[in-house]
Write a protein that binds this ligand. Structure first.
Ligand SMILES: [Fe+2]
Length: 403
């Protein structure tokens, strides 16, 4: 009541004080100007401000297997072309300028070439514009290469999944929500939903049935509701979204177009890049690639089938969640994309979301280690939802040398 009284005293003063009115109006104007500026930056500037990162990776296993000056790999990913002509052509032009003077041995693209089939022309245009690699160009498919998703009911859909998991988890007597106690279920639900589960390695086995109807529980108190909402937001930010699959892309068209423009798709297989082995400028490298974890039929055993254990091995996988499978650790180096670096990343808070089980929001992109396996996850070039903030798009020139 006292605060209401104060407002009652303050309002008439405000009505008469022209200077105070001007200051408040100025403050509000400044705030909205900053808001518009930030929105403009995130929507129009940052998505096309592609950076070239240069990174040297030292691999013990590379001794005597790579040219003494190192192996140069240009790593692209997540172009997400969908025929947004001006924006995508601006990205292609930016990449042309960044790569015009580059010389490299391999070009690799770790998937999400297109966002939908309308992007095929720009995929071809980008590939034709890049300087030709000395040893060839290789790629793997990403989830968007297979599927178009709808984001329109993302909140409702994931709230419903959260409720199913949680309700069923509580019903089983779980003290913590199911997604927090190590039994995270069906994180790649999209992949399972269309019958590819049997092709996935056992590491991805479904541990909990989230398709079961949620059990009914007594109504929540306001405090419980608030706690539940906070818990849901943590779930929403940290667990890959369940997205509605609205249509399938013509993957055959994509793979054929890539082949016509010099890119060979490594679909659960490897190539042996061997030239003058043992000589100063010689090389002996096995490059493997796997299908997408969530929408493809990933088969690491087949991908490694022709690769000797004691060899230098690089693995391409669109989704860094391949690291959940112990067989991925055969690789000396894994190159991935998919996370877009979170797409929105704020100081102190980190990335908004990684759409990954394996990578948390504080490890959304960049170089990292998993035991003896070196891992590099690029922020990629494009995006489905066309904005970025604090997670600039990038291409990367990796130089692989012997340690
Ligand atoms: Fe992507």
């Amino acid at each position: 009541m006292r605060s209401l009284g104060r407002i009652g005293e303050w309002l008439p003063r405000l009505m008469q004080d022209r200077q105070l009115q001007r200051r408040i109006a100025g403050g509000l104007g400044l705030l909205s100007g900053v808001g518009v500026g930030l929105a403009g930056y995130a929507l129009l500037h940052e998505p096309v401000a592609i950076e070239l990162e240069q990174l040297t990776v030292r691999l013990p296993n590379a001794r005597g297997r790579l040219p003494h000056k190192g192996l140069k790999i240009l790593h692209l990913s997540d172009t997400h072309f969908q025929n947004l002509t001006r924006r995508e052509r601006a990205k292609i032009e930016r990449i042309r300028r960044l790569t015009a003077e580059l010389e490299y041995d391999l070009l690799v693209h770790t998937g999400d070439f297109w966002h939908n089939e309308a992007g095929i022309e720009n995929v071809a245009m980008l590939l034709d514009m890049l300087p030709k690699p000395r040893l060839g160009a290789y790629g793997v498919l990403g989830n968007h290469d297979y599927v178009c998703y709808s984001h329109s009911d993302i909140l409702t859909r994931n709230w419903q999944r959260y409720q199913r998991i949680n309700t069923n988890g509580h019903q089983q007597g779980a003290a913590t929500p199911a997604y927090q106690n190590g039994s995270t279920p069906a994180l790649h639900q999209n992949g399972y939903a269309h019958g590819r589960a049997e092709a996935l390695s056992p590491a991805y086995s479904l541990q909990n049935d989230v398709t079961a109807p949620a059990a009914s529980l007594p109504p929540l108190s306001w405090l419980e509701f608030a706690q539940d909402t906070i818990q849901f937001m943590r779930y929403f930010l940290n667990v890959p979204f369940d997205l509605e699959r609205v249509s399938l892309n013509n993957v055959r068209l994509l793979v054929e177009t890539l082949a016509e423009h010099g890119v060979e798709v490594l679909h659960n297989r490897s190539v042996h890049l061997c030239q003058k082995p043992g000589e100063a400028d010689g090389m002996d490298l096995h490059l493997a690639g796997v299908d997408d974890v969530s929408e493809g039929a990933v088969d690491l055993a087949t991908a490694w089938a022709d690769v000797p254990q004691d060899s230098l091995k690089i693995l391409l996988s669109h989704n860094p969640d391949i690291l959940e499978d112990p067989a991925s650790r055969n690789a000396d180096l894994i190159l991935s994309g998919h996370t877009h670096g979170g797409q929105v990343a704020l100081p102190l808070l980190g990335a908004a979301h990684t759409q990954s089980i394996h990578l948390g929001r504080r490890e959304a992109a960049g170089y990292m280690r998993r035991g003896n396996t070196h891992v590099y996850v690029t922020r990629g070039i494009g995006e489905g939802i066309p904005l970025r903030f604090g997670a600039k798009p990038q291409i990367t020139l990796l130089t692989i040398v012997a340690e």
